[in-house]
Design a protein around this ligand. Sequence first.
Ligand code: PEP
Length: 263
Amino acid sequence: MPRTTRAAKTKSFLQVANWKMNKTIREAKQFIEQFVNEKVVTKQQIWFAVPFTDISPMKQLVGDVYQIGAQNMHEASSGAYTGEIAAEMLLEAGASFVILGHSERRKYFHETDSSINKKVLRAIEAGLKPIVCIGESFEEREEERTEEVLKNQLLEGLKDVSVNSISSCIIAYEPIWAIGTGKTATSDMVVKAHEAIRSIFEGLYEKKIAEEMTILYGGSVSPASAEELSKSPGVNGFLIGTASLDPATFAKIVTLSENTTVE
Ligand code: PEP
């Protein structure tokens, strides 16, 4: 059983849209136009993880109102890596953060905790905030190995991340079985997993860091689940795929998450 190390919800809730391989520049601009028309009044932070080609035009369009980021990067700062992209390129294009270790990168592009760790260290060194994704498969949950899996992913994925640098990292707890499937984890499952992650952080770093760590939940977040999940203790925000592609749906999720209580 994890010890109860809970985060006080003193920060503003963070909504990260993960557009994956969706939206051309034209479509991205159209999304922003429609999203602004939804007239959402919010204290939350809204970030967009977009395809590489959308980073610069999105940044020019939204300025500092929303943060723009990438969904992957290479661990080298330059060199003969055809088809890859470096942290410096993302920064100059206007990105301030990068999603690393998403389960789709692990599954389709064979990324491992060790390769993700190299990217995490490079992102921090370059000044990009990494959102590090971790999460168990359905089988691992059935075998009651969730905490063990999360611990291994954090130990390896964050290896050599110093106590001074860890505060620039964000963790996204994304159970693999909930991503893009319409199966949302229950609030109880999410709270337990987030508590386990904070306990692991307490062991790796210190209690204050564990408490202050921003931990997101991702996995089929929708207007039907947003309100309850956003109020779940220790949940500091969402990483949202499918439901972030439609401006009205995304706006609804932001609105439903607005009244998260401060513990
Ligand atoms: C994701 O891609 O990180 C994700 C959580 O997707 P979805 O919301 O579609 O499950």
